[in-house]
Write a protein that binds this ligand. Structure first.
Ligand code: G3H
Ligand code: 13P
Ligand code: ZN
Length: 341
């Protein structure tokens, strides 16, 4: 509930889900602070990555199997991870449910796990994530003009920092379209503006636009990324930099999905060599969602088609969880964060 008694999730399918996790609250309705220290601060995780020249995997989650798949991978490889929930994921599953899933992962493992709000555009959702005890929030006001982006980002920093929660902001625009994150054009981040933006907002991490885009349709052929922009921003800005739209769209996974009926043509991701270069140039967090979706999709299609008499959801979603783990392990290895947990 908001202060004025409205439910911010009203009308969304996650609404009922959100109502049930009352046990993290004190009798007066405030969050029990002892309950929320299970996560490792995102800033701790990313500052270390920046200093030691590797990148941390940010994985988008929206259900149990995706969460368990990426956490299993991180535990196996002893890697720190950032679990991220988009506004779309929250609409689907409910913020409290996703929070509880992530918290359980943090409590029951020994690797550093952070919980992050991805592409926060709705200030009510950002506020709710801060109140609930997320480790970090992204405020995505990149679609606004420069001064307005600064104003909104600064406001979120003022809400988050007193609670020890760090803030990711975005300057420039990352192309592509997914449920709630849509922008058609790529506007590269201007390094000088990035310096001014970080100084004036006090944000902790900066998402930069260098030609990547969300989703599976990133390029029409060769990946064309402005690595020089990462280098320049890294020289000017002393906080961890973030690469969105970074999925590799692995051919093997795409072929497997196609084999079982997926209609995917002309899909291209960011080549591994470009990811390595971006990390060398100063990227400290790499966001991956699409690769997980593709792996999940391929596994579900295969399970349904090859076992037509089996209607047990566990036999359909179990292989998807394993497929997620495999992809997540590949990403962690690529990012060099294995053994850093
Ligand atoms: O960056 C965007 C993420 O892939 C989330 O996508 O809004 O469809 O959950 P979504
Ligand atoms: P992909 O669509 O390339 O996986 O990017 C995800 C992302 O940037 C989430 O914020
Ligand atoms: Zn993104």
């Amino acid at each position: 509930m908001t202060e004025d008694g409205r439910n911010p999730d009203q009308g969304r399918s996650g609404e009922q889900a959100d109502e049930t996790v009352e046990r993290y609250k004190n009798d007066d309705g405030t969050i029990n602070k002892k309950e929320v220290i299970m996560f490792t601060p995102t800033k701790t995780i990313l500052d270390k990555a920046r200093q030691q020249h590797y990148a941390v995997a940010h994985f988008n989650i929206n259900n149990l199997e995706i969460l368990q798949g990426v956490v299993n991978a991180a535990v196996k490889l002893q890697a720190p991870i950032v679990l991220a929930t988009s506004e779309g994921a929250i609409q689907y599953a409910g913020m409290n449910y996703l929070y509880a899933l992530a918290r359980t992962a943090a409590e029951t493992t020994r690797i550093p796990i952070a919980l992050h709000l991805d592409h926060g555009r709705d200030l009510k959702i950002i506020k709710k994530a801060i109140q609930l005890g997320y480790s970090s929030v992204m405020v995505d006001a990149s679609h606004q003009e420069f001064e307005k982006n600064i104003k909104i980002t600064k406001q979120v920093v003022q809400w988050a920092h007193p609670k020890g929660i760090s803030v990711e902001a975005e300057l420039g625009t990352i192309g592509g379209a997914e449920d709630l994150v849509e922008s058609r054009h790529i506007l590269y981040t201007d390094p000088a503006k990035a310096k001014e933006f970080v100084e004036r907002t006090g944000c902790d991490f900066l998402a930069v636009a260098i030609g990547t885009s969300h989703g599976a349709y990133k390029f029409s052929g060769k990946a064309d990324l402005r690595q020089d922009i990462v280098q320049q921003i890294h020289r000017l800005v002393k906080i961890p930099l973030v690469l969105h739209g970074a999925s590799g769209v692995p051919e093997k996974v795409v072929k497997e999905a196609q084999k079982y009926g997926a209609k995917l043509s002309g899909v291209y991701g960011v080549p591994d060599s470009q990811i390595k270069l971006a990390i060398k140039n100063g990227i400290a967090k790499i966001n991956t969602d699409t690769d997980l979706r593709l792996a999940f999709d391929a596994a579900v299609r295969k399970a349904v088609q090859t076992r037509p008499a089996d209607f047990d959801p566990r036999h359909i979603l179990g292989p998807a969880r394993e497929a997620i783990q495999q992809v997540a392990e590949q990403r962690i290895r690529l990012l060099g964060s294995g053994g850093k947990g």
